[in-house]
Design a protein around this ligand. Structure first.
Ligand code: AMP
Length: 551
């Protein structure tokens, strides 16, 4: 039987096409969840609290301010800020206005910061007190920025060498809150974030209003983050790194109470907030939770209010899954995603078959990165881009596609990650028969330490400049606190007695301090492929436990 051909003209549905804009999330929140609370630890050290109604009014004042600054639709307005209420206002004020919110990651080092501010052509930067010195140190290299707005009260304004530095609170106090959010094409850019999780310069990822809203809608359900109006959540995942996993937007849909930690990410500060605000959902990278778990052990207390902990950014260790469950009665929801994916890809949420599993078996299942949220399609492929079976055994490069996944980097014509409508994540994975993803390796040459990227190639290039080293190879070794840390394998020039301390001293002024390798191993020779490339896969296998064994 031949296949039925489709009619040449489809019968279109007759539903409205209202644009999916970030401002619609705020309007919904203001009318439906006006009294929902936002609690923040401020840079100034105190706790601030107000409601969504207050936040919405201030976001409108901010939009009036942008208009007075002469900001146009599509212009980039940057932030350099912790998780806090003012940052939340910027999320809505800037994107709602039609400008593009560029959240800058302060953990990038100076050279990268200069690169991204100039590449994004940021017109204004809104900055927390903490990061003023950082901007001062690069101000001459980012001279196209027209003004800096410091996120503080008038009496906290610092002495600063930043040109055109203004006080956020003073500016807002002078604005009316009568702004009407404009309507425009939902495909317009709403925000952007640079990722350094690839080699070379950081690359810009431009989220659209449409992708942001769809991602927020998809991420609230029980199969994803499980956010409800009754939830009280604390995102430690930064608002400067993939929009805190989209939670500032999903919170507006559900009206969940938001608790922002500001600069206080140590175990004691987190516990204080969790306990005081009765937080039931935590979100962040493993390094942060390790600090919290250690703190709780040291004070001998239980995280009574916490029900779920979403862990992503790096693999959640089995011991962490067990500790949360057995010591704190909290379920660890392991998730995987990327800056390029807004970021949610897969989530290992509660599932019916977990209920009847023996605990140890359930923990092993929870250690997998989870199943795709509806909207994300994924597959693994071999070197010829042929799809591999979902049998939990075959390992392949992980490709994804969907409405909140990147289709091209901002002002960058590198198309190497885009294959026939799919995005190559740079992760190597298996997928089992129930569509559970397990990340087993990485094809991109980077190290993820405490949720932040270190380029092994940049480190190798810096080290190999030493006249007494002949070849260098940097690999990611597993680390109990930081998930991964760099280990440098090097061959010495003939006759050289150069020591580990000499190499570290040499590297000190060439790379950021937190990039310095945790160990330097001198070897006789390094293995190569037939084409002369370092055989990193083999070296990674040999040295992956080097730091754990050394500890
Ligand atoms: P980023 O764009 O900085 O958020 O980093 C995304 C990358 O972090 C992914 O491509 C993975 O390499 C890694 N990653 C994120 N979540 C996980 C996870 N749950 N397990 C292992 N690796 C992860």
């Amino acid at each position: 039987m031949s296949g039925q051909s489709l009619p040449s003209k489809p019968l279109l549905g007759q539903m409205m096409e209202r644009p999916l804009l970030v401002s619609t999330l705020l309007e919904h929140a203001e009318t439906t969840h006006a009294t929902s609370e936002i609690v923040s630890r401020r840079c100034e050290g105190d706790i601030h609290r107000y409601t969504i109604k207050d936040a919405a009014s201030r976001a409108r004042k901010l939009a009036n301010l942008l208009s007075r600054f002469g900001v146009q639709q599509g212009d980039r307005v940057a932030t350099l800020a912790w998780n806090g209420y003012r940052h939340w206002e910027l999320y809505y004020g800037v994107s709602g206005f039609g400008a593009v919110l560029h959240t800058i990651n302060p953990r990038l080092f100076a050279e990268q910061l200069v690169y991204i501010v100039n590449h994004a052509e940021d017109r204004f930067i809104f900055v927390d007190l903490t990061f003023v010195p950082l901007l001062e140190s690069i101000k001459d290299q980012i001279s196209r920025v027209e003004g800096f707005v410091i996120l503080c009260d008038e009496d906290k304004m610092p002495e600063t060498s930043l040109p055109n530095a203004l006080c956020y609170e003073t500016l807002l106090a002078n604005e009316p809150d009568d702004f009407v959010w404009p309507e425009f094409d939902e495909r317009s850019a709403a925000s952007m974030c640079y990722t350094s999780g690839t080699t070379g310069n950081p690359k810009g990822v431009l989220y659209s209003h449409r992708s942001t809203v769809i991602h927020a809608m998809a991420s609230i359900g029980e199969e994803a983050l499980g956010l409800a109006s009754t939830s009280c959540f604390l995102p430690v995942v930064p608002m400067f790194h993939v929009n805190a996993w989209g939670t500032p937007y999903s919170a507006a849909i559900t009206g969940a109470k938001q608790v922002f930690p500001g600069p206080g990410m140590d175990g004691a500060s987190l516990w204080e907030l969790i306990d005081a605000e009765q937080v039931d959902l935590l979100l962040g990278v493993p390094t942060v939770w390790l600090m919290l778990l250690n703190h709780m052990d040291s004070i001998g207390k239980k995280l009574e209010s916490v029900q779920n902990v979403v862990v992503g950014g790096s693999a959640a260790p089995l011991s962490m899954i067990r500790d949360f469950q057995e010591k704190h009665d909290a379920f660890l929801i392991h998730a995987w995603g990327m800056t390029e994916m807004s970021p949610i890809g897969t989530v290992n949420a509660h599932s019916i078959h977990m209920e009847s599993m023996p605990l140890e078996e359930r923990y092993r299942l929870q250690a997998k990165q989870g199943r795709p949220v509806y909207g994300v399609e994924m597959k693994i492929v071999d070197d010829d881009n042929r799809e591999l079976p979902r049998d939990g055994e075959a390992r392949g490069r992980l490709l994804v596609r969907g409405p909140w996944i990147i289709s091209g980097y901002y002002n960058n014509d590198d198309r190497s990650s885009f294959i026939d409508g799919w995005f190559d994540t740079g992760d190597v994975a298996t997928i089992d028969e129930n569509n559970y993803l397990t990340i087993v390796d990485r094809s991109k040459d980077v190290i993820k330490s405490g949720g932040e990227w270190i380029s092994s190639i940049d480190l190798e290039n810096a080290a190999v400049g030493h006249p007494e080293l002949s070849e260098c190879c940097v690999i990611a070794a597993r680390h109990e606190k930081w998930s991964e840390r760099p280990v440098l394998l090097a061959t010495r020039q003939e006759g050289s007695q150069i020591s580990e301390a000499d190499v570290l001293r040499y590297l000190e002024d060439k790379v950021a301090k937190w990039w310095l390798p945790d160990a330097i191993v001198f070897v006789e020779s390094l293995p190569h492929t037939a084409t002369g490339k370092l055989l990193k896969v083999d070296l990674r296998k040999t040295y992956e436990n080097y730091l754990l064994e050394k500890a």
